[in-house]
Design a protein around this ligand. Structure first.
Ligand code: ASP
Length: 600
């Protein structure tokens, strides 16, 4: 590819032996300079890569310029490509068979000393890197992630367009579009006291586009969710948001499988087997204790309630008598864990809020070593062995309590065991659909039903006529794509009947008046002939993270926020001038301590 810009003839990284004897002009950054007095070597870097430039005494004034260069100066170089002698070939560098002997070197821009070394291997403090992100972006790994990101977006657009979807923009300054998080609010100067909300997703607009007859919509959409700090979340992130009319789940499954298979093939050169397996939410919870199971390492849960039905072990008996469950997960060869490691697993469970976690090790002779062993009847030990399939040398971990709690605890325990025992072999892509999740979740905190996906999701057909009879049993026509234990996309078939939508709002405790104020425009829209429709929204940042093997979302976003939601480079969020507040009719009224907090 010809580099863009008249200041150069070639990209530094594209030069090869076939360019030998050609005169080239290059422009880029000084990645490294080695000054041997009589001769200066530069590693010249631009987006395409790095090439070695040699400035010899015969270059005259160019050598004087070369002596003044420092790391990250921007230079223009004119010179001739020549083959390196065999003993000077650098096999680690794509341009390592050649070098460029300079005739002219020109400083295009100076640079102060970089705040950290720019090679990929050098560890630098993340806040320091993000404060100088413009320098950090020159590191090959960061730059590469952005290139792959652009390629992914380009493939996404192509697949969507090939399937007849059109790109439509939806507003950023809008009204609350709930996806279960807090809204970011923007004060409206022209209507003092009123606020816009930034969209948590384009959900309501894409549904109204369906009412509008657009039929197939997509957008690379920025979403904003003001959530409490959790590891590796970004308050603004990007989704491939899409919606289609006259579809069922099967249409969306097929489209998304085609999308992911194309991405994997074109970006990674790998073939993904399709269709992806499907697991119901209940089955995922039962077997893996999670609605986004990582299935790459077995460790399935076993229900061992019937073994302990009449047990003397109080925690098991108590849980079962209260209608709960006793579950176990077997760790093959877990007998090799030390007592301290076993205790650390108990500690892990406690930190997650559990009362405890029981463990046992089946010894070589078949007997059970466990703090609970003495209280277990021989048939119970036998039952535990049979139900979990434990062999001598295996460990088992047991949780007792309300079913969901016990499932979730062991779901977390199996992940932790896999992490500690290094059970995940990399390079596997385990895609699956999680289908038929519950429609509603009871929130103890709020004392009401909440929507598990969002309130616009269609209940499964058999429940539509009587949602209120037992809301806890109602399943939804919703689906998630999970890859290696990470949720990549969530979507659903939507409610297109305003009466049913009102009924769902009602069940969620959103009364008529409130529903009108918050979602009146949606209800009105649905009443003007809404086609059956559904959609989904794969999370772009997560996809890029997994496809590039990056450790954090921050590594695949050009200007990310830190875990406290701040941008160290711009120092956003920050306080604003009194005049701006005045114009908006706002006063700040914070406790003294918060008022003085630094804006980061
Ligand atoms: N609004 C998305 C959907 O298509 C879901 C999401 O944003 O998480 O259902």
């Amino acid at each position: 590819m010809r580099p863009f810009g008249s200041l150069r003839s070639h990209g530094a990284g594209v030069l090869r032996p076939e360019h030998a004897d050609q005169t080239v002009s290059l422009a880029g950054w000084v990645a490294r300079r080695r000054d041997h007095g009589g001769v200066v070597f530069l590693d010249l870097r631009d987006r395409s890569g790095v090439v070695q430039v040699v400035i010899e005494p015969s270059a005259g004034p160019a050598l004087d310029v070369a002596h003044t260069l420092r790391s990250e100066f921007v230079v223009g170089v004119r010179g001739t490509v020549r083959l390196r002698p065999a003993d000077k070939v650098n096999a680690d560098l794509p341009t390592g068979e050649i070098e460029v002997t300079a005739q002219r070197v020109e400083v295009l821009s100076g640079s102060v000393t970089p705040p950290f070394p720019l090679d990929d291997d050098a560890e630098a403090d993340e806040v320091l890197r993000l404060t100088h992100r413009y320098v950090d972006l020159r590191r090959p790994r960061v730059a590469q992630a952005l290139k792959v990101r652009a390629q992914i977006v380009s493939v996404m657009r192509r697949v969507m367009e090939a399937n007849g979807f059109i790109d439509v923009e939806t507003p950023i300054l809008t009204k609350s579009t709930p996806e279960g998080a807090r809204d970011f609010l923007v004060p409206a100067r022209l209507q003092p006291g009123s606020f816009y909300a930034l969209p948590q997703s384009p959900q309501l607009f894409k549904q109204l586009l369906m009412v509008g007859g657009i039929e197939r919509y997509y957008q690379i959409a920025r979403c904003f969710r003001d959530e409490d700090l959790r590891a590796d979340r970004q308050p603004e992130f990007t989704q491939l948001d899409l919606e289609a009319s006259f579809v069922t789940e099967e249409d969306i499954y097929e489209l998304l499988e085609d999308l992911f298979a194309t991405l994997w093939e074109e970006v990674l050169g790998e073939r993904l087997p399709t269709p992806f397996p499907r697991l119901t939410f209940e089955e995922a919870m039962r077997r893996y204790g999670s609605d986004k199971p990582d299935r790459r390492f077995g460790l399935e849960l076993a229900d061992i309630g019937k073994v302990f039905a009449g047990s003397d072990v109080a925690i098991f008996r108590g849980a079962l008598d209260a209608g709960g469950a006793v579950l176990a997960v077997r760790l093959p060869r877990g007998g090799g864990l030390t007592r301290r490691e076993l205790d650390e697993m108990v500690e892990f469970a406690r930190r997650r809020g559990a009362r405890g976690l029981a463990w046992g090790v089946f010894e070589k002779g078949g007997e059970l070593r466990s703090p609970l062993a003495k209280r277990m009847a021989p048939e119970e030990i036998d039952g535990l062995r049979t139900e979990t399939g434990a062999e001598p040398g295996d460990a088992v971990f047991l949780a007792a309590g309300p079913l969901r709690q016990a499932q979730e605890l062991l779901g977390a325990v199996r992940l932790e065991l896999a992490r500690r025992c290094d059970l995940v072999s990399e390079g596997q892509w385990d895609f699956l659909w999680i289908v038929e999740p519950p429609m509603f979740e009871w929130s103890e905190e709020e004392g009401r039903w909440t929507a598990m996906h969002h309130p616009f999701t269609m209940p499964s057909e058999q429940f539509v006529d009587d949602l209120a009879a037992d809301p806890g049993r109602v399943t939804a026509r919703a689906f998630d794509i999970v890859l290696n234990g990470t949720e990549l996309a969530t979507g659903s078939i939507r409610i297109h009947d305003p009466a049913l939508q009102t009924q769902v709002f009602d069940l969620l405790g959103i009364r008529e008046q409130e529903a009108k104020e918050r979602f009146g425009f949606l209800l009105r829209g649905l009443s003007y002939g809404a086609p059956p429709h559904g959609g989904i929204a794969p999370g772009l940042d997560r996809i890029v993270m997994l496809m590039t093997g990056s450790r954090s979302l921050r590594d695949v976003i050009a200007f990310p926020k830190t875990q406290t939601g701040g941008d160290p480079m711009t120092a956003a969020p920050s306080q604003v001038e009194a005049g701006q507040l005045h114009e908006l009719g706002l006063t700040i009224n914070l406790p003294e301590r918060d008022n003085q907090r630094s804006p980061r």
